[in-house]
Design a protein around this ligand. Structure first.
Ligand code: ATP
Ligand code: MG
Length: 417
């Protein structure tokens, strides 16, 4: 009953008062019935997109996907100043979709056209029975044209209608099936699974970004390894993630079960470390799924540097400390923990303690900078960098303790180099 659901109910009430049918639809009904917090609340209505814009006013609506009949309705401006800013600014526009049936699918991904219709037709065009439910907040009734309630009860993922027809229309649904089965912990109904297997080789008509978006949901699920087993079971692994063939899933499960943070980068790093050539595998996956530079940077940092954390009790502090002040330190440490042997425990404990230290202690200001070297009369040049680096290392390793000692060392270094 957060502000988003209140906002969706406000929109439904307004549409009803204007004489239309309006219901909560799809994922939010599913999640609420499972006792989960819905990500967003979608409204479905018999009002056409133009009628929706008339009811709320052009200025309060966005033509989101007008060709598919989806209008975004902006939160109402609250006239009472007290309640305004804080909640209002965080609410996204609510998607209001006109009941529709989809026309022919010729590209294997999207319908060529849509036809506005009634609630039952709208239920039947949806992908899975558990995603085909409506809820009427005014009568407190679930409206189920597709057997979705029974499948929610049975924890079963099943297409609405003939599975081969439904996957034939839209190939992305195959991966959505794996994603929902993974995140909800549901079984995939055998006939739905069989149909996925028969279309699996056509998964490549779906863009790499869309595949990546679904796979991010699988990788960040606590049941990631179960998700990878679904992928294999449906024969989607060869087109979606052939790298799986080199991975021992039991070992991966043992590792990911230790994680307390399941960001995509962390779980992907753990997965890649189970392959023969993690960096090559990362490059291939990043290219296919169009991973962001940020994701690639984090994953790379983790797979390259995690061994330093486990060895922190044996390695020079000047080797360990730069990893701990790296922006990706948390990711690296999580990956080190998941991949740790018993001999790494002391190192990980040291790293964790160091991360809890005040920043000034973990990363003390350097004794000298480039200007200091110049003032000492050391001729400027490429040597500055290596002199400053070795003084910094000596400082971190506790070999020098003051600016005076640093100056002495700088002079010795400049004479010897
Ligand atoms: P979540 O938002 O948690 O990913 P969701 O069920 O809301 O789950 P969305 O992708 O937001 O998923 O889609 C909203 C609804 O639209 C779904 O519940 C489903 O009814 C329908 N839908 C989405 N994608 C498809 C598709 N490819 N084919 C058929 N119906 C779909
Ligand atoms: Mg949704």
């Amino acid at each position: 009953h957060g502000p988003e659901s209140q906002e969706a109910i406000r929109i439904i009430t307004t549409l009803r008062q204007a004489g239309f049918v309006a219901l909560l639809a799809g994922g939010c009904v599913r999640d609420a019935m499972l006792g989960k917090q819905p990500k967003d609340y979608d409204v479905a209505t018999d009002a056409t997109p133009d009628a929706v814009r008339d009811v709320f006013g052009k200025k309060s609506t966005l033509a989101f996907g007008a060709s598919f009949g989806v209008i975004g309705v902006l939160p109402q401006r609250d006239t009472k100043a007290s309640t305004a800013s804080s909640t209002e600014s965080t609410i996204q526009p609510t998607e209001v979709a006109t009941f529709r049936s989809d026309g022919e699918y010729s590209d294997g991904r999207r319908p060529d056209s849509v036809h506005f219709g009634d609630a039952k037709q709208d239920a039947l065009r949806r992908d899975f029975t558990i995603n085909g439910l409506f809820y009427d907040p005014h009568t407190d009734e679930v409206i189920d044209y597709v057997g979705g309630e029974a499948d929610l009860q049975a924890e079963r993922l099943r297409t609405i209608g003939n599975p081969a027809d439904r996957f034939g229309e839209d190939k992305l649904r195959m991966l959505r099936a794996v994603r929902f089965a993974t995140t909800l912990g549901f079984a995939i109904d055998p006939s739905t699974r069989d149909a996925i297997e028969s279309f699996a080789s056509q998964m490549n008509v779906v863009s790499g970004e869309r595949i990546g978006a679904e796979m991010r949901r699988v990788f960040t699920s606590p049941s990631v390894v179960q998700g990878l087993r679904h992928l294999i079971d449906c024969k989607l692994d060869e087109t979606v993630l052939p790298e799986i063939s080199a991975v021992n899933l039991d070992q991966l499960a043992a590792k990911t079960n230790k994680l307390s943070n399941r960001s995509f980068a962390i779980v992907m790093a753990c997965f890649l470390l189970q392959t023969d050539a993690p960096e090559q595998a990362l490059a291939a996956i990043a290219d296919r799924w169009k991973l962001s530079n940020e994701e690639v940077r984090q994953i790379t940092a983790a797979i390259l540097h995690y061994p330093v954390i486990g060895g922190a009790d044996r390695l020079a502090w000047s080797v360990v400390q730069p990893i701990l002040i790296d922006r990706d330190a948390e990711t690296i440490i999580e990956v080190a923990e998941a991949n740790s042997k018993s001999s790494d425990e002391a190192g990980i404990a040291i790293a964790r303690r160091a991360m809890a230290m005040p920043r000034k202690e973990l990363d003390p200001p350097p004794f000298l900078n480039g200007k200091d070297l110049k003032d000492l009369g050391i001729p400027a040049g490429p040597l500055y960098k290596s002199i400053l680096q070795s003084i910094r290392d000596a400082q971190l390793d506790g070999k020098i303790h003051s600016r005076g000692e640093a100056i002495t060392q700088a002079q010795q270094l400049s004479n010897s180099l």
